[in-house]
Design a protein around this ligand. Structure first.
Ligand code: ACO
Length: 431
């Protein structure tokens, strides 16, 4: 961030304030309003933070108008094609692509932390069998803060490192066990000779009576889904993790807060909601009726997997996901999958419709991911947990960046108060 000579001039009741303007390496300039209250006695009003930069970050950049997503400068489509998830984790965490020795060392460190403390099994068993796996993940990840006391001093770089590696390593085990628990099957322990995605698939689908043979095309598709969800700058769940952590709280508990935020259908829960919507539409000839509903302002129905706060062009992740859907369903011999057909036709019709064009609504990452995950054999309830496990590295990279920033402050938004002004308490008999 470079301070320019330019300032933004603001006049309030005859008083003039000159506010510095900063130029980022990419994206719109930013006006520094930190002294606005002390010098001008006013706040800014920005519900939903549509125009507010809450932090200075060098991890991820999105150009919403062009439909571009960069991690540490590298385009997401190149990473999805040429890299693999743990390499992307390294890139997000440490800011550069690793050399051969560095990635080998990193993979070894992640691999040796994949097991959970055996006592944690009791936490899983405390949940009802029909609990949503996201509910289990919020609870179990939060509970981790009671197990790993040697990595909670956020001011110690080594402890921060251990907490980061533990989270990346254990999240697939937690997500897979949440799934196994909901299906009534025994937990499958991680196997360290498998790569990250294959190990996760095996923990989800292997049973004691029959080992799961991991298909390399499916594990590649799984790995790509992990990459496409790894980070997305200051989205709602990441901002939640930053805000929770800004008080100096336990990092594992803060990640549980991120998982809770991700669960909502406007955010990570959209992949489950999208597949349910495709199921509800059912047939291609029913699409126009749903498009009409999505356009009706009096109907709360929205096309799930469509629209994005930042992208006003095609989400670049959706492009890769659509390709993956064709590959995976082709491999599984289900090219004629009804939901994929409905999804493609829905996308085509919506993109030709003036309403979606005017509002710049395009398919987002969640539009095709559910179709792939379902074809792989996952229940819809597992879609958001898979998003959560993929996004964990983004949350911790952003957390680490925030803790290491000397300018870090506790997050404390202001408000536009519209309640009662001071009034005196009235005794109950006089009300
Ligand atoms: N279907 C129909 N209309 C939509 C949709 C949609 N999916 N998304 C937005 N709109 C309309 C809104 O009704 C609104 O219309 P109006 O101006 O007439 O009131 C306009 O487009 C702008 O919508 P907002 O909700 O103000 O846009 P915002 O940027 O706040 O919301 C969001 C973005 C939440 C993603 C929204 O597009 C949405 O609800 N999409 C469906 C859910 C979804 O797919 N979420 C996943 C997002 S990606 C992720 O988190 C991984």
């Amino acid at each position: 961030m470079a301070e320019t000579q330019r300032t933004a001039r603001l006049e309030i009741d005859g008083k003039t304030l000159d506010l510095p303007i900063y130029s980022p390496t990419a994206g719109p300039d930013v006006i520094d309003i930190r002294n606005l209250y002390s010098e001008g006695n006013v706040f800014t009003y920005d519900p939903g933070f549509t125009s507010t930069a809450a932090c200075d970050s060098s991890i991820t950049f999105i150009d919403g108008a062009r439909g571009e997503l960069l991690h540490r400068g590298y385009p997401i489509d190149q990473l999805a094609e040429k890299s693999h998830y743990l390499e992307v984790c390294y890139l997000l965490l440490y800011g550069k692509l690793p050399n051969a020795d560095q990635i080998e060392d990193f993979e070894n460190r992640v691999t040796t932390h994949t097991m959970l403390h055996e006592q944690m099994v009791n936490f899983f068993r405390g949940f009802r069998r029909d609990a949503h796996p996201m509910a289990i993940m919020v609870g179990v990840v939060g509970a981790m803060s009671a197990f790993y006391h040697d990595s909670t001093d956020i001011n110690d770089p080594w402890q921060r490192e251990v907490a980061s590696i533990r989270l990346i390593a254990k999240m697939p085990t937690i997500a897979a066990w949440a799934y196994k628990y909901s299906t009534g099957q025994p937990f499958v322990y991680p196997r360290n000779d498998l790569d990250y995605a294959s190990n996760f698939l095996r923990m989800c689908f292997s049973v004691p009576t029959e080992d799961y043979q991991v298909n390399p095309i499916l594990s590649r598709a799984m790995d790509r889904i992990f990459i496409l969800h790894a980070d997305h700058e200051q989205n709602a769940s990441t901002s939640t993790v930053r805000l929770a952590s800004s008080s100096g709280a336990n990092p594992l508990a803060c990640i549980a807060a991120g998982i809770a935020c991700l669960w909502g259908p406007s955010h990570g829960g959209a992949n489950q909601a999208c597949l349910e919507m495709l199921e509800e539409i059912g047939e291609v000839d029913r699409i126009p009726a749903f498009i009409t509903r999505a356009k009706d302002r009096n109907d709360p129905f929205r096309l799930m997997g469509f629209g994005h706060r930042v992208y006003k062009n095609l989400d670049p992740r959706a492009k890769v996901m659509k390709q993956s859907a064709d590959e995976v369903l082709g491999l599984l011999g289900v090219e004629k999958n009804k939901k994929l057909q409905v999804a493609k036709e829905l996308e085509r019709i919506a993109l030709e419709d003036d309403y979606f064009a005017e509002k710049k609504l395009f398919p987002n990452v969640d539009f095709y991911s559910g179709v792939i995950l379902e074809a792989m054999g996952f229940n819809t309830s597992m879609f958001t947990p898979i998003f959560a496990l993929s996004r964990t590295v983004g949350w911790i990279s952003q957390w680490k960046e925030m803790i290491e920033d000397p300018a870090m402050k506790i997050g404390r938004p202001r408000q536009l108060y519209s309640g009662n002004t001071r009034r005196d308490y009235v005794d109950v008999e006089d009300r």
